[in-house]
Design a protein. Structure first.
Length: 50
């Protein structure tokens, strides 16, 4: 339990601004890029008959 409490107080704990920035990047940028990547990979899969 001490290890969990210590980890919560470490530099790896994000504050609300950092967390909000991550959410904005994921929702606003990365999600659409992953969707585009998925569409391209599915097209290749269909083309190659896999």
């Amino acid at each position: 339990m001490d290890m969990i409490l210590g980890r919560d107080l470490s530099s790896h704990t994000y504050n609300l601004d950092i967390a909000n920035g991550l959410v904005e990047k994921i929702a606003g940028v990365y999600a659409s890029l992953f969707a585009d990547f998925e569409a391209k990979m599915l097209a290749i899969q269909r083309r190659d008959g896999a």
